[in-house]
Design a protein around this ligand. Structure first.
Ligand SMILES: [Zn+2]
Length: 340
């Protein structure tokens, strides 16, 4: 019998409280879990993660950030204009990173067919030495390092959050064992993720950015996947896929300026699932990043879990001229490195 789809979550994630009116609210996850409870999916099992160990976190983050986190434990502190702690934030951050590692362990060991870590706080803006943008520990980078430690030679981190994952990019900037691919709104927070940002040294070509102007649709995401992400990934031959799955490109999202729908997220999830089946023995992990619509987020997470549980979906046709221009520029930039 096929192993279940594992959904990892923890009540501790609701104890990170960045303050009244903050978009990265506990309600995001609470509403999502409520919706999943009301629309149950067969083949999906829920599990409780363990916290990440210091060893796992140290593979990505430096001593200064870890000392800063230690001082923040038990306090309510502003780290920057967007990023606030509450007394249990540090515990929640370690639990979120642990869920990301646990998801990787479950699929690498064959205990789960695929896994979705439903976590907060999110992680992809956290750089090795800097917390920012609602993020404290970089869950995706910690998960990728855990996969490497478990023996995966090549790991793909694909980031479809509407914001660029500056932290993940920084963690693997000069590495060729972890390929980072991101589609995001640009120009937009945090300012990174231009076409020419492709990595450096041994990592040149192993960072792939598709910076789309606001207003893109499901069909435009399809162009990024079909023309860039999938052919590059097929040439890279990942042994595990990790998705920084943010849902703030949703048309109802109050922060993002994109026009994507549940169908687009399901189509992206189908694309990565097919890729994982084809290249990586099915090993696929999704990690929740952003997504601030309290209606769009639960429906989009559900749509992705439906895909993981076996229902495929496809991108609609009709990509825009604006998307085509960006995709063309990315292909021209990365052609020396990849057969695209
Ligand atoms: Zn985001």
């Amino acid at each position: 019998m096929r192993a279940p789809v594992l959904a990892l979550t923890d009540p501790l994630f609701l104890e990170h409280q960045p303050g009244r009116g903050h978009p990265e609210s506990p309600a995001r996850l609470a509403r999502t879990l409520e919706y999943l409870g009301q629309h149950k999916l067969s083949g999906v099992e829920f599990g409780r993660p363990r916290p990440a160990t210091m060893e796992e976190v140290r593979r990505v983050h430096g001593p200064e950030l870890l000392e800063q986190l230690e001082r923040l434990a038990g306090t309510s502190t502003a780290i920057d204009a967007d990023t606030y702690t509450s007394p249990r934030t540090v515990e929640a951050a370690f639990a979120a990173a642990g869920a990301a590692v646990g998801a990787v362990e479950a699929v690498m060991r064959g205990e789960a067919s695929t896994a979705f870590a439903l976590v907060r706080p999110p992680g992809h803006h956290a750089e090795p030495e800097r917390m920012m943008g609602f993020c404290f520990l970089n869950n995706a980078a910690i998960a990728a390092e855990a996969a490497r430690a478990l023996g995966a030679e090549r790991v793909l981190v694909l980031d479809w959050d509407v914001h660029h994952g500056n932290g993940t990019q920084a963690a693997f900037w000069e590495r060729r064992d972890v390929l980072y691919q991101s589609v995001h709104q640009y120009p937009f927070y945090p300012g990174t993720g231009a076409v020419h940002e492709i990595g450096r040294g041994a990592g040149a070509g192993y960072t792939v950015n598709v910076p789309f102007p606001a207003g893109r649709t499901d069909a435009d995401l399809g162009a990024a996947f079909q023309d860039i992400f999938l052919p590059v990934a097929q040439a890279f031959r990942p042994e595990l896929l990790i998705v920084s799955a943010g849902f703030d490109a949703h048309e109802d999202d109050p922060l993002g300026g994109m026009l994507c729908t549940e169908r687009g997220f399901a189509a992206m999830c189908s694309a990565v699932k097919s890729l994982a089946d084809e290249m990586a023995g099915g090993r696929l992990v999704l990690l929740l990043e952003g997504g601030y619509s309290l209606t769009g987020l639960p429906r989009s997470v559900h749509a992705c879990l439906e895909v993981l549980a076996g229902r495929g979906d496809e991108f609609p046709g009709g990509a825009s001229r604006e998307a085509g221009q960006v995709v063309h520029a990315v292909r021209e930039t990365l052609r020396p490195y990849w057969p695209i």
